[in-house]
Ligand binder design. Structure first.
Ligand code: PLP
Length: 281
């Protein structure tokens, strides 16, 4: 490759499209940061269209990284209990497999097998008994789990109602006012009436089983119960709500399911409350 004269670079930085020249001067990549290139000051990189000319990879990397740094930091996000820490080994596995499509997984049987093993591990953490069969599906997060779980409850309610020749057009779902926004989104996206029940000091600002009793009816597709509450992190009273629904079933014959949104408690509650792992925990 011909030597590039530094003065040419300066000239071009001031007057020309510099992408090709920089790429020529520093083949493949560069040591340049956006702050030492024309992109920082006078040259726009189009945001919504593919640029006419390329820019050095590490410049673009740094610009995108800086932009994404404007997001909240997950490890400092106490507000919504998503403060996550990932070990380097986990990060390395994730990035090595990021280009596999788990939703279209015929090509990736090993990945699929691993996700099945995760379902089994979770089922055992939650005390699955001999003869019981746990089913599960990986999701991007608790929000997607809420939407898929809610949809399953809606579909089985509709099917039941149609089989009985009853109206299936006015489903409702019950949750506490402390519920995270993803739960309300489920109702909005999937045309389900959200019955958002007030919380109080008496209910420890969680879903109140007594209010659940007053608000369930034949159109209730299910009840969202949270581990732990978005307000305070408290676990909501899953067992008490289940008892209320069992009583309702005894009186009316209508079986209403629960979706436990274990966004933050799914991996904690088994060790602290459900006796997972035996004495070790
Ligand atoms: C109770 C509850 N449900 C659902 C979510 C959404 O979780 P994700 O970010 O995993 O979709 C959160 C997140 O803060 C939450 O606190």
């Amino acid at each position: 490759m011909d030597q590039v004269n530094p003065e040419d670079i300066i000239h071009h930085l001031q007057h020309e499209d510099t992408g090709p020249l920089i790429a020529q001067a520093i083949p493949g990549s560069s040591h340049l940061t956006p702050f030492s290139t024309p992109y920082a000051s006078r040259r726009d990189i189009p945001k919504y269209r593919i640029p006419q000319h390329g820019a050095p990879g590490d410049t673009v990397y740094q610009m995108l990284k800086d932009e994404l740094d404007l997001d909240g930091r997950p490890n400092l996000n106490l507000a919504s209990f998503v403060n996550t820490y990932l070990e380097d080994n986990a990060k390395s596995l994730l990035s090595a497999n990021a280009n596999k499509n788990l939703a279209d997984n015929d090509e990736y049987p090993a990945l699929l097998d691993l996700s099945k093993r995760c379902v089994s591990i979770l089922a055992h953490l939650w005390g699955v008994q001999k003869g019981e069969k746990a089913v599960g599906s990986p999701t991007v997060g608790s929000s997607e789990a809420i939407h898929l779980g809610g949809l399953a409850m809606k579909r089985s309610w509709q099917q039941r109602r149609r089989e009985q020749g009853k109206d299936a057009s006015r489903p409702n779902i019950i949750m506490g006012a402390n519920a995270q926004v993803a739960l309300e989104k489920f109702a909005r996206y999937f045309d389900v009436e959200a019955r958002i029940l007030p919380v109080s000091a008496k209910s420890k600002y969680r879903l109140d089983p007594e209010l659940v009793r007053e608000n369930v009816d034949e159109n209730t597709i299910g009840v969202f119960v949270i581990l732990g509450s978005t307000y305070t992190g408290h676990y909501e009273p899953v067992e008490e709500v289940a008892q209320v629904l069992d009583e309702y079933q005894k009186n009316t014959g209508i079986d209403i399911p629960i979706h436990v949104d274990a966004a933050s408690g799914g991996f904690v509650a088994p060790f602290t409350f459900a006796g997972a792992g035996g004495a070790k925990w």
